[in-house]
Design a protein around this ligand. Structure first.
Ligand SMILES: [Fe+2]
Length: 278
């Protein structure tokens, strides 16, 4: 199967790393993509115009993703290929009823920079997203180097870094784990050269709430500082994915988010296919 999909792919793609544009030959180079781009330096690549035909983008991305590792379930239903798109029906209802709760990926709001799958013992190593439809306005992808933030804190604010290396309760939302819906994990882990950033503030707040363990002012302050850093331009790369583009990012080293976007009046809403790989 590996040969099949590689045959289907054109020889060369334009890929984008942080500031440069390169041509990449994908044949025989999955190992190289990991080695040269995903496991060091910028920790992500964007492949422009991966597939132009809208009817083929989903199946082609799924096939391609399997070359990088094993797709993981992303929820209690065992879904491995998830559409990230606003739920317009619920969004409309929410205008009238503020009590309706939506998950981030069902909305059109921006911000909340996070890592994916922080509620899993082993979060996905790579996150692959394919753009099926883009919004007319907004919806830029934001990629943040948490590795750079770690080094920045180590140099300038060790106290905050030490708080973030403590373990916090995370609500293990979206999954059904028998009597194990909360666990304790650090935001920054860096041992034996294994670096991992694990963060989705809402899940930490919910975890502490459920455990009735109030977050101390020291912890709140540390998370506020972290959120400020995650929103600083110098740690960020912004990129607007267009239909047919894909992004592959290393979820241990990078956090991500998006800018808010306008709902499309006509036609389909912004939607991305998301795959978690380990
Ligand atoms: Fe995400």
């Amino acid at each position: 199967m590996k040969k099949d999909i590689l045959k289907q792919l054109k020889n060369n793609f334009i890929i984008y790393t942080e500031n440069n544009k390169k041509t990449l030959n994908l044949k025989n180079s999955i190992k190289n993509i990991k080695k040269l781009y995903l496991n060091k330096k910028n920790f992500f690549i964007i492949i422009k115009k991966f597939e132009k035909d809208p009817n083929k983008i989903i199946s082609k991305t799924i096939k391609f993703s399997k070359l990088f590792g094993k797709p993981l379930s992303q929820n209690k239903h065992g879904q491995k290929f998830v559409l990230v798109k606003p739920n317009t029906k619920l969004l409309k209802k929410k205008l009238k009823n503020k009590n309706i709760k939506l998950r981030y990926h069902q909305t059109n709001i921006g911000g909340a920079i996070h890592s994916d799958g922080p509620q899993l013992y082993s979060p996905p190593k790579y996150v692959i997203m394919a753009c099926l439809n883009q919004a007319k306005q907004g919806g830029d992808s934001i990629i943040v180097s948490t590795n750079k933030i770690y080094r920045y804190l180590k140099k300038n604010n060790k106290k905050i870094l030490n708080v973030l290396k403590d373990r916090f309760y995370f609500e293990r939302r979206g999954f059904r784990f028998s009597n194990n819906n909360i666990f304790k994990k650090a935001i920054f882990e860096n041992s034996y050269n294994n670096f991992r950033f694990r963060y989705l503030r809402e899940y930490i707040e919910a975890g502490h709430n459920i455990k009735k363990s109030a977050l101390s002012p020291k912890i709140i302050n540390a998370m506020n500082t972290l959120d400020e850093l995650l929103n600083k331009k110098k740690f960020q790369t912004k990129y607007r994915l267009n239909e047919g583009d894909i992004i592959i990012l290393n979820n241990d080293y990078l956090a991500h988010g998006r800018s808010g976007f306008k709902l499309n009046n006509k036609g389909p809403q912004r939607s991305l296919l998301r795959i978690w790989i380990r």
